[in-house]
Design a protein. Sequence first.
Length: 264
Amino acid sequence: MDLQLKDKIVVVTGPAKGMGAAISLGFAREGANLALLGRDTGAIEPVASEAKALGVEAEIFSCDVTDTDAVEAAITNVLARFGGRIDILVNVAGGTGPIGKSGVETTAIEFDDIIHLNMRGPFNLIRAVAPTMQRQQSGKIVNVGGTFGMRGRAMRMAYSSSKWGLRGITKSFALELGPDNINVNLVAPGMVEGPRFRTKVVPQVAAQHGISEEKAAELHASDYALARISTDEDIAAATLFLASEQSRQITGVDLPVDGGWAAL
């Protein structure tokens, strides 16, 4: 299947590691050019270098996605660098919030911090990019949410709230931008294999249930119909599809990539 992504201009937030890096390099392998946005520009350098080795352009832009002025400045710089065009926006940047705390135990500051990052970040980016896509009468926006924003989850109230909210942002923008030929969708990863899962989630579950970390990882996998944890590449594949011309008639959807949990 030809995703028709060659020479597209793609803005990716949070591209330094994990699924952000996998998504960025997935686009690069398809021939797309990258504008990579993040606070720690040094951490993004290896991804940019690997993308350039694949024969595409990959530029790094310093940006705190929660800062409206910083986002607008970064997008202005992206447009100047890439000839005034942005074809695709992928909002990956986000955080986990408190893990293993009930809603009662969660502080107001902890709640505000994760809501601010996981909702205001994508909101800022879409507001900054949408006018360009509207002028072009074309564009693809993919937000990276989470399955805890599709099903309730105890001990993750703040994070879950932020990802439920991101679904609302996605659906409202899909309705508003649809007449301008702009698709807005959400990919919802389940647990994703990697450092965050292994160093934060697994130890908390092991302690909560009094089991080994190996058993805790197996317990997570057993929740899913396919009995396995997703990988960064699984999330990247879904994201590339929703950003491609092959998904031209899909908008406003929440696509769980979790091996069968949220939708079953």
